[in-house]
Design a protein. Structure first.
Ligand code: AMP
Ligand code: ZN
Length: 484
């Protein structure tokens, strides 16, 4: 498998440190508000990467943090904690804000069929680990005190910013030229960053005592402390959105590698932005949509998933409702193809069955080969559509046998192990094809369950049973159904 590594900016053959076991860390969400679908673009594409690794037979240990303290409104160590501000605005505690939006985020991941990480550590639960790291860095001479906290002296870490391809000097002059760099008294270089921020006297929540005074951790510190804790000093893959390439990830590297002397991660994978009219989707640009907004407009969460994976992860993707509608239509086409395969009953023996199956096999291999080439999703999806065309033509001619339909469905379901579009719900071996109404009800039920609305899910189960004769069962992989 080939993977583009931001460290070195080239595609490399993927080789895990420990044979078949892969350690993967993704920088998680800051839970001060609902995630927007730009954030979720990153998480869906990281999910695809993880599924490709799993499909290749690797066992993946996936860690994704939850940021509930320390993420400031400005990257320049000025501004306020995003959670503290939201708590004041909503007149709630920071804990309440964090718990509320963490719940929404987890629901969003379920709705988008993202495989749950193995560990989702909260920053605020790991303050002792972070303080230990601060001490190690202090002992090694990387830290100094400025007016509002303890800072990492980036000039002391050899190769600071190596991920960016820029020198220490270039990085500093870039920040000088950039807009709005608020000065922190005593800060030595623009690239220096706080590992520990002093609390002001009125701060009551999410502040801790430390040998450096009462305060809270700098945002970058949690990822260094928690990735090392759950994956070891040196692990395989580190992911994040492309905005982490210039500051957050170089700072994580400086802290972790400064403390351990070991390389932090072998592969750095960055997902490009979801944009609206060419502008990054972000809360500050006021151009965000949440999953809830998308569902409220009647869209299927799986159509959103398909949309978010429709471009290569290294290219920007522009969000419009027309484009989402396009993914919705594409998804209906895929689902109805699966349903048509379900309804094939013919036991006729075709003399060219073997050739047909070989063709399916070749297309399926192309699909996985494209994914193994730096997760080239658009090309993989186009392979899947070729399979649908080839098998669709045979279906249309009325010559397809049940065995052939099963082979086509099996290939589709295998592809779905990476796509995660719940195709299994639209294929019932030997069953009759679902009507549009039936499949809409099944989808609505799956959505209700993912949202935890079990009473609605039970109601729909009853309607499916009584009105349509469809028996629905819930399994670990989601709901399955059969005709009575
Ligand atoms: P944050 O909560 O700000 O730390 O962001 C969570 C994740 O979403 C990070 O990996 C960001 O890089 C990523 N992200 C933020 N905005 C976008 C966007 N518009 N498109 C893609 N990823 C994004
Ligand atoms: Zn991080």
């Amino acid at each position: 498998m080939m993977l583009y590594n931001s460290m070195g900016r080239r595609k490399q053959r993927f080789r895990p440190i420990d044979g078949r076991n892969v350690g993967m860390y993704t920088c998680g969400i800051t839970v001060y508000y609902s995630a927007h679908i730009g954030n979720l673009r990153s998480y869906v594409n990281q999910d695809i990467l993880k599924r490709v690794l799993l499909r290749n037979g690797y066992s993946v240990r996936h860690v994704q943090n939850i940021t509930d303290v320390g993420h400031l409104t400005s990257d320049a160590d000025s501004g306020d904690d995003k959670l503290r501000l939201e708590a004041e605005k909503e007149r709630k505690s920071m804990r309440e804000i964090a718990d509320f939006y963490t719940g929404i985020y987890l629901d969003d991941l379920k709705l988008l069929n993202v495989l749950m990480p193995d560990v989702m550590p909260r920053a605020s639960d790991h303050i002792p680990d972070m303080l230990k790291l601060v001490k190690e860095l202090g002992d090694k001479g990387f830290l100094y005190q400025a007016s509002n906290g303890i800072y990492f002296d980036t000039s002391r870490f050899k190769g600071y910013g190596k991920l960016t391809g820029m020198s220490f000097k270039q990085l500093n002059s870039r920040l000088k030229e950039g807009a709005r760099v608020e000065k922190v008294e005593g800060k030595r270089h623009l690239t220096d960053f706080a590992v520990w921020r002093f609390a002001s006297p009125e701060m009551r929540e999410m502040v801790w005592d430390s040998p450096w005074g009462r305060g809270f951790p700098g945002w970058h510190l949690e990822c260094s402390a928690m990735s090392m804790k759950y994956l070891g000093n040196h692990f395989d893959v580190h992911c994040g959105g492309i905005d982490h390439l210039m500051i957050h990830h170089p700072n994580e590297i400086a802290q972790s590698e400064g403390a351990t002397g070991e390389r932090l991660a072998n592969y750095w994978v960055h997902c490009e932005f979801l944009v609206v009219d060419g502008k990054k989707m972000s809360k500050s640009a006021k151009n965000i949509y949440t999953v809830k907004d998308i569902l409220a407009k009647g869209h299927n969460p799986m159509a959103l998933r398909l949309f978010l994976m429709s471009a290569n992860y290294r290219q920007t993707l522009n969000f419009t409702f027309e484009a989402l509608k396009g993914s919705e239509n594409e998804l209906s086409g895929i689902y109805s193809f699966m349903e048509r395969l379900s309804s094939v009953h013919s036991t006729a023996l075709n003399e060219d069955t073997a050739a047909f199956k070989r063709q399916l096999g070749a297309i399926k291999r192309r699909f996985f080969a494209r994914l193994n080439d730096d997760v080239s999703m658009p090309e993989a999806l186009s392979a899947m559509h070729s399979l649908m065309n080839v098998a669709g033509a045979r279906l249309g001619s009325g010559r397809m046998s049940r065995g052939e339909a099963r082979a086509a469905a099996k290939a589709m379901l295998e592809m779905d192990s990476v796509l995660g579009l719940n195709l299994g719900r639209h294929y019932a071996i030997g069953g009759a094809a679902l009507s549009a109404e039936e499949s809409a009800l099944l989808d609505e039920r799956a959505t209700a369950r993912a949202k935890g609305d079990f009473s609605r899910a039970d109601e729909i189960r009853k309607v499916l049973m009584e009105k349509y004769g469809i028996i629905v069962e819930d399994t670990k992989e989601g709901q399955i159904f059969r005709r009575k």
